[in-house]
Design a protein around this ligand. Structure first.
Ligand code: ATP
Length: 422
């Protein structure tokens, strides 16, 4: 067996995308007599700044020998590298072993590539130590993702599927012709095994990209047959080719459990704390609040593109206990989802007079409250039940604002009730 890892072949100006290159390479391998067992689409750390879009790396699992596989892949990537897009720095790594036979160091590198920022130097050392064939173009940064893609199948156990339909090359860059009614009907027919196809709140077909890339639509879900069926149910312009990818999308593989004082920039976390400030909507519609665990504080944010999710965030109050998930950049956790663990359901208010029902007045510092009409008094403020909009459980951003790697609540297996956004 052979694993071919590829990354960083995208170019904004040429509208390439690495999934397309992998699908085309898989076809060349088949044409040359090889069998392709699996195409793997791995989403790496979403906090990587030089990513083109979704920080994807690709692996092809095949019975084709490593040497001819390397030559074919090198030809494909060399043409992708012929772009003046400074962000396109292709990398290729070919491993002469099965997808689950990667050495521990390579699997560990893959695990860290989803959660941390790694260097090209470390990637190169690991590639050399494992004895893999490799090639890099321009600054060669793509080797980081390429070797991570080689180790990914051994590193992770939870996988989902994406069925991608590609456009005819002469249509690339032109508006996509997709029948939206059929996309919504197909999405409904596959839900909840197939998810993030459409955003029922905004009426957007999330499966259809807006970029000039070759993808017509990508259908994601838990079951390979279901994603294929939904994909075939969508009417539109001719489909030039399709490919099924095994992926870590929708798995939350990027999240690390941490205490607030352990949190660092450029990684994503699952942290638990108490809301310490009233959520505040700032310029641009972004909502901010802080959480604390007594030892450290962390600012959390729900940005404008998360739309209706911000209403749930605005309903938080100091004293609520939550678990917050998201990537931390510049000391701020960008919320992808949160779970309400407990709600502060009472507030302290000035007491009412038990005789006349009117609000009492302060009787002076430290002297409680008194009714000026009846002369009744009370020792201090009293608790009042609050009507809370939020319920215990998980809330998430809508599909349109979802990170590729973030797990949609509809996939289930969460540690509290869920309030999914379909
Ligand atoms: P698309 O989603 O359109 O395929 P992209 O967002 O995947 O594009 P790339 O062009 O692949 O973007 O760029 C990501 C770059 O970051 C690659 O060079 C990859 O090797 C590198 N990279 C990936 N993960 C890490 C990491 N954890 N630390 C440092 N660099 C990384």
């Amino acid at each position: 067996m052979t694993v071919i890892g590829l990354d960083d072949t995208d170019s904004r100006n040429r509208g390439m995308c690495t999934t397309y290159l992998a699908a085309r390479l898989a076809e060349r391998i088949r044409d040359a007599g090889g069998t392709v067992e699996r195409l793997l689409l791995v989403r790496l750390n979403p906090a990587v700044k030089h990513k083109t879009r979704g920080n994807a790396a690709l692996a092809i699992h095949t019975d084709f020998d490593a040497d001819p596989a390397f030559e074919l892949a090198r030809e494909e990537l060399a043409s992708a590298a012929e772009t003046d897009d400074p962000r396109t720095n292709p990398g290729l790594v070919v491993a002469p072993h099965g997808p689950d036979e990667a050495p521990d160091e390579i699997a560990e590198f893959a695990r860290r590539a989803v959660r941390e920022l790694l260097s090209r130097g470390e990637a190169e050392r690991r590639i050399e130590a494992a004895g893999y064939r490799h090639a890099g173009w321009k600054n060669g940064r793509g080797k980081i993702g390429a070797v991570a893609a080689v180790g990914a199948h051994a590193a992770f156990s939870e996988w989902t599927y994406e069925h991608i339909s590609y456009r005819e090359p002469e249509r690339w860059g032109t508006p996509r012709e997709v029948n939206f009614d059929s996309a919504f009907a197909a999405a409904d027919s596959g839900y909840p095994d197939v998810w993030d196809t459409v955003d029922r709140g905004t009426g957007e077909a999330v499966c259809v990209p807006h970029t000039p890339c070759p993808i017509l639509h990508g259908i994601r879900g838990d079951d390979p047959e279901a994603v294929r069926r939904v994909s075939e149910g969508i009417d539109g312009e001719p489909v030039a080719r399709t490919a099924l990818f095994v992926t870590n999308q929708g798995t939350d593989a990027h999240l690390q459990d941490a205490a607030l004082h352990e949190v660092e920039d450029d990684s994503a976390y699952r942290v638990t704390g108490t809301v310490a400030s009233d959520p505040e909507t700032r310029r641009g519609g972004h909502v901010f609040f802080t959480v604390t665990d007594g030892e450290a504080e962390l600012q959390c944010a729900a940005f404008e593109p998360t739309k209706r999710f911000r209403d749930h965030v605005r309903n938080l109050r100091p004293g609520d206990r939550i678990t917050a998930c998201g990537e931390v950049t510049k000391g701020t956790l960008k919320l992808e989802k949160f779970a309400v663990r407990s709600l502060d359901a009472t507030e302290l208010v000035t007491p009412n007079c038990p005789d006349c029902g009117r609000s009492m007045k302060s009787a002076g510092a430290g002297q409680g409250y008194r009714c000026q009409r009846c002369g009744t008094d009370a020792a201090g403020k009293v608790e009042r039940e609050l009507d809370r909009e939020l319920e215990i459980g998980w809330y998430e951003v809508p599909p349109e604002a979802r990170r590729h790697i973030a797990k949609p609540l509809v996939r289930g297996d969460f540690d509290a009730p869920t309030h999914p956004e379909g």
